[in-house]
Design a protein around this ligand. Structure first.
Ligand code: PRP
Length: 216
């Protein structure tokens, strides 16, 4: 059977809580940042299932030998935050993936055309083919930014099936675009919203995540 893009919306009370705090227009920047950190933490926790590489070992307990499982120290794990707004999810993601390498990617949309362009690229020239990559960006609107991030990663040797996207609000145009090119991709999001308006904002959404995180 052909692969199909999978989008998980984990039914967790803490994810619902922090999403609702983030959506509220009355939430001040300081609390909005907490909401992003918590969503980054719990969505990364969910995304780590069947993704984070492990290895079986034997440990010596005070009483006997015992089989166990640890996170593999050999397979690289990377987090790619899409600046600026993806930085909001990074701190929470790092609490789950403390040993991951962080590669920043700065993308910005043209406010009129909504086309994404890259102003900072700290990705290595080549990734180990087994590298697990977690991309953080709270908003998937038209999908232009994430398509650009995916293309930068895959041309550097990352297998799309080993990528997890952690976002907060995903909209149908982005999911459609990604599913057409990357059917193996898996996305973890707090919600899927209805639509994207003419200005490129997700509705009902949570406004401009970057501006709300940084108070600009
Ligand atoms: C926003 C958002 C995403 C992108 C989503 O970033 O954080 O990166 O737009 O839109 P798309 O799916 O239509 O490409 P923005 O360009 O506003 O930059 P910022 O994060 O610096 O605010």
């Amino acid at each position: 059977m052909a692969a199909q893009l999978r989008v998980y919306v984990p039914p967790h009370p803490l994810i619902k809580h922090w999403l609702t705090v983030a959506r509220d227009a009355a939430t001040p920047s300081v609390l909005f940042r907490s909401a992003m950190t918590e969503l980054g933490r719990w969505l990364t926790y969910e995304a780590a299932r069947e993704w984070l590489p492990t290895q079986d070992i034997v440990v010596q307990t005070p009483l006997d030998n015992c089989p166990g499982t640890v996170v593999s120290p050999e397979i690289p794990v990377a987090v790619v935050p899409i600046l600026r707004a993806g930085l909001g999810l990074l701190e929470g993601a790092q609490t789950i993936l403390p040993l991951a390498s962080i590669y920043h990617l700065g993308l910005v949309r043209n406010e009129e055309t909504l086309d994404a362009s890259c102003y900072l690229n700290k990705l290595p020239e080549k990734f180990h083919p087994q590298t697990r990559v977690l991309i953080t960006d709270p908003m998937l609107a038209t999908g232009g930014s994430m398509m650009m991030a995916m293309s930068e990663l895959t041309r550097r040797g990352v297998d799309p099936a080993l990528i997890r996207i952690v976002c907060v609000v995903a909209a149908p145009p982005a999911l459609k675009k990604l599913s057409e090119v990357y059917p193996d991709l898996i996305i973890y999001t707090a919600t899927i919203d209805e639509t994207v308006n003419n200005q490129g904002f997700i509705v009902p959404g949570l406004g401009d995540a970057g501006d709300r995180i940084f108070g600009t």
